[in-house]
Design a protein around this ligand. Structure first.
Ligand SMILES: Nc1ncnc2c1ncn2[C@@H]1O[C@H](COP(=O)(O)OP(=O)(O)OP(=O)(O)O)[C@@H](O)[C@H]1O
Ligand SMILES: [Mg+2]
Length: 335
């Protein structure tokens, strides 16, 4: 019987699937559009297609992410969503293949949550389900050698959560997951534009502002023209939003990240801290793309900082590499 092995990152904002031997085979928004007209949930669309439908459907269609703050919240919808995604990546064969799944999860999952993830894996056809923490997979994705007894910081900045951990010899020494991420920043930008410009914008526009002119450089002069609804006249209006203003809305969240890293450092031994001052911080996740982050973290923490070109892919690439490196994976699972 043929065997297919996949790594899956079911993130708050994006889902990534890596197939052993093929690489990343799916990277789509974690969104499911469904209706409850009858007693049964009817899936209308998933992923990219569901995202295109956002804000443009009748009220009986719900478009949601079943993942909240980095953890699956609605396992029922998650099952339906992942089933559709797996159907996209598994080509039909006469003989049913055996499937192994490696789920990327945040640090500190409870036993109950692990059981629920396992059920989710079995539902989509897996015969074996394993787990790896995002902070560990992220380091592998950044080509950091986790097999050495040498401390390093791994930081993941996602859409729904921030995770930070000190890691040595394939295990997490101290780690935190904070329930805030890129989506909370979008909400803060939306609120800021509403208060300062008296302009009502959509969350999608707020995210666009963050991606295009979001910056941690104090003197960044970039700006962006955005469309919205004037709060007073209720008619459409355009306005120019400046990077320096947006920084005020997002900096609070990066302050929290710095605080979490400081907490991890404070709970580490002098030997680990000495390693970390050489090895530094590896940053992964979509939000690591924000302009000026490397400089900001270097300045605030006085540590080396490494960010890959496509930080949003680092975790899934790392988990994918682990499918072919059983020794490291087993060491991570055991710890
Ligand atoms: N160029 C960019 N600048 C700023 N933010 C970005 C950029 N590209 C992506 N992001 C943000 O990254 C976040 C998504 O990152 P990622 O795909 O790593 O999250 P996730 O894995 O779905 O979430 P989580 O791990 O928290 O469950 C979104 O908030 C998105 O707006
Ligand atoms: Mg993630």
């Amino acid at each position: 019987m043929s065997m297919l092995e996949f790594a899956i990152e079911l993130g708050t904002t994006n889902t990534a699937i890596y197939q052993k031997g093929s690489g990343i085979v799916l990277l789509e928004p974690t969104l499911i559009a469904s209706s409850n007209d009858t007693k049964k949930t009817v899936v209308k669309a998933v992923g990219q297609l569901a995202k295109k439908m956002q804000g443009k459907t009748a009220s009986n269609i719900n478009i949601v992410s079943p993942v909240k703050d980095g953890i699956v919240e609605d396992f029922n919808l998650a099952k339906l969503l992942l089933f559709r995604f797996m159907k996209k990546v598994i080509t039909k064969t006469l003989v049913k293949p055996k499937i192994k799944l490696l789920f990327v999860v945040p640090c500190g999952l409870s036993v109950k949550e692990k059981t629920q993830y396992k059920d989710l894996g079995y539902y989509v056809g897996a015969s074996r389900v394993e787990f790896v923490e995002n902070v560990l997979a992220g380091l592998v994705g950044c080509s950091f050698n986790t097999n050495l007894p040498s401390g390093v910081i791994s930081l993941n900045l996602g859409g729904g959560s921030f995770s930070v951990a000190s890691v040595s010899l394939n295990s997490i020494i101290a780690g935190y997951t904070i329930s805030m991420g890129g989506q909370k920043m979008d909400e803060a930008i939306l609120q800021y534009v509403l208060d300062a410009y008296e302009l009502e914008i959509s969350l999608q526009t707020a995210e666009k502002i963050k991606r295009e002119i979001g910056s941690l450089y104090i003197h960044d002069t970039s700006n962006l023209e955005v469309s919205g609804i004037d709060l007073n006249t209720k008619s459409p209006r355009q306005d120019v939003v400046f990077s320096s203003n947006i920084r005020r809305a997002v900096e609070y969240y990066f302050e929290k990240v710095v605080g979490a890293i400081e907490d991890v450092l404070n709970s580490s031994s002098p030997d680990i801290i000495a390693d970390i001052s050489n090895n530094g911080i590896y940053v992964t996740g979509g939000l690591a793309n924000i302009t000026g982050l490397e400089n900001y973290l270097k300045k605030r923490l006085r540590l080396p900082v490494f960010i890959l070109d496509k930080p949003e892919e680092a975790v899934i690439i790392g988990a994918g590499k682990l499918l072919s490196d059983k020794k490291t994976l087993n060491a991570m699972i055991k710890n």
